[in-house]
Design a protein around this ligand. Structure first.
Ligand code: ATP
Ligand code: MG
Length: 413
């Protein structure tokens, strides 16, 4: 894609300056008043154009990280590969300020840049605004708003794509997904969350290239899957992960099992519907929960296998599941312990003795475990009687977290 720069006035693009965080307006004017360029860029512009509330505001500039730090006493450089600057406000909020950079994948470009500007430091390859625009993933994420003139700079036809509600990669899919396979997951997240349509072979290529996702660090995938599942459109995204044939590369063990047992699919949909409702209602969502859901079929299958042999305990089975899955998505230890509690308590919900009730309700993650059991009961009639009983019981158990506002997955029907 090579397009020339289009500029749109505030009447044309319609973004109102009053919808931008005042701190961002200040940071931007400080940069501009000191002779630098400064633009709002990325998700915030996209969201404002789609009439959504931006999650955060990012600023791009031609000032180097050191120059940014000189202007803002409360600035901190972070990142090893790419240096980004966090500029802190008095309320301890921070905003990301990033120096324009060019594509590091283009080796000769790197050399040329070194000669021209002498500005390469390890992986930091600084560039111009137009180079910065072409290194981004989707056209709709590559729009630059100058807060001083209120002119929107568009190098890639992003505004037009937003108007047509289309999601388009800036580079050819075969190159873009190869360069960073996480873009396939971002494509699914934006398509689902923003109700856009992935264009042309950007869509078909995911099916062909999905295996590349396994080149991505399992730790990065842990975060990306959470972003998808906590986007408020988990159900739609899950269906797309299956449709675009990428789920099998993320949860290969689960994928094999659910092909033959459709009821697990119903369980996933019930759980993800609940997650979407909780996000909509701004309730707490526990990152462990979604992984407990997706790995449940695998854990159950392993339990059956080992129970037949009567050799191993729950800890051993749990470890095997986590270790096998870690090759694809690595779940940090902290979240693993919640998953362990959720799974190991499931059989306790079949025991309604007062001693057991006393014991189970005193466990810290009791509610998460009950929520999980409740969701299982929605697709398994054998569990319904117990789930209803525990639903009554849990109403009398005080919530430890105020932001749960007393609601549970189970209570929401
Ligand atoms: P969100 O609403 O999830 O924050 P976002 O588009 O702002 O969406 P970020 O991860 O915050 O996503 O990234 C900010 C910007 O950086 C993006 O809008 C895009 O321009 C660029 N970017 C992010 N990830 C990639 C990537 N994998 N490849 C190329 N550009 C990317
Ligand atoms: Mg963002």
């Amino acid at each position: 894609m090579k397009k020339s720069l289009e500029q749109y006035s505030k009447e044309d693009h319609g973004i109102k300056k009053k919808d931008v965080d005042l701190n961002v307006v200040k940071i931007s004017s400080t940069l501009i008043n000191n002779g630098y360029q400064a633009f709002l860029v990325g998700g915030c512009i996209r969201d404002l154009l789609l009439q959504k509330k931006p999650k955060d505001f990012d600023i791009a500039t031609d000032a180097s990280p050191a120059e940014i730090c000189r202007l803002f006493p409360n600035a901190r450089i972070i990142g090893k590969r790419f240096k980004i600057v966090h500029v802190y406000t008095d309320e301890k909020k921070f905003f990301e300020v990033t120096t324009f950079r060019s594509d590091i994948s283009k080796k000769n470009n790197e050399k040329r840049f070194k000669k021209q500007h002498g500005m390469i430091k390890r992986d930091n390859v600084y560039g111009t605004i137009s180079q910065d625009a072409y290194r981004r993933d989707f056209t709709i994420n590559s729009l630059y708003l100058d807060l001083d003139t209120e002119i929107l700079h568009d190098y890639v036809g992003g505004l037009n794509d937003i108007k047509k509600r289309q999601l388009r990669l800036i580079k050819k899919p075969s190159i873009s997904y190869q360069e960073d396979p996480v873009r396939m997951l971002r494509a699914i997240r934006f398509e689902s969350k923003l109700d856009l349509e992935l264009k042309g072979d950007s869509k078909e290529s995911i099916k062909k290239m999905s295996h590349l996702i396994n080149n991505v660090s399992p730790f990065r995938l842990f975060d990306e899957i959470l972003k998808i599942m906590h986007s408020g459109s988990a159900v739609v995204s899950y269906k797309k992960l299956i449709k675009y044939k990428i789920f099998k590369n993320l949860f290969p063990y689960t994928d094999k099992i659910i092909k033959n047992q459709a009821n697990y699919n119903d369980f996933f949909i019930a759980a993800l519907t609940n997650t979407d409702n909780r996000i909509r209602d701004e309730l707490h969502v526990n990152p462990s929960f979604i992984y407990a859901v997706f790995l449940w079929p695998f854990f159950q299958e392993m339990q059956e296998q080992y129970n037949n042999k009567k050799t191993r305990d729950v800890d051993f089975i749990f470890r095997s599941v986590m270790d096998k899955q870690a090759k694809y998505i690595a779940i940090p230890e902290f979240f693993q312990s919640t998953i362990f509690t959720i799974w190991s308590l499931q059989s306790s919900f079949l025991n309604l003795s007062s001693r057991n009730i006393q014991y189970v309700t005193n466990i810290e993650k009791f509610r998460a475990a009950f929520d999980f059991f409740y969701l299982r009961s929605l697709i398994n009639n054998d569990l319904k009687y117990y789930a209803d009983k525990w639903n009554e019981i849990q109403k009398n158990v005080k919530s430890t977290k105020s932001n749960r506002r007393g609601k549970t997955y189970g209570a929401k029907k």
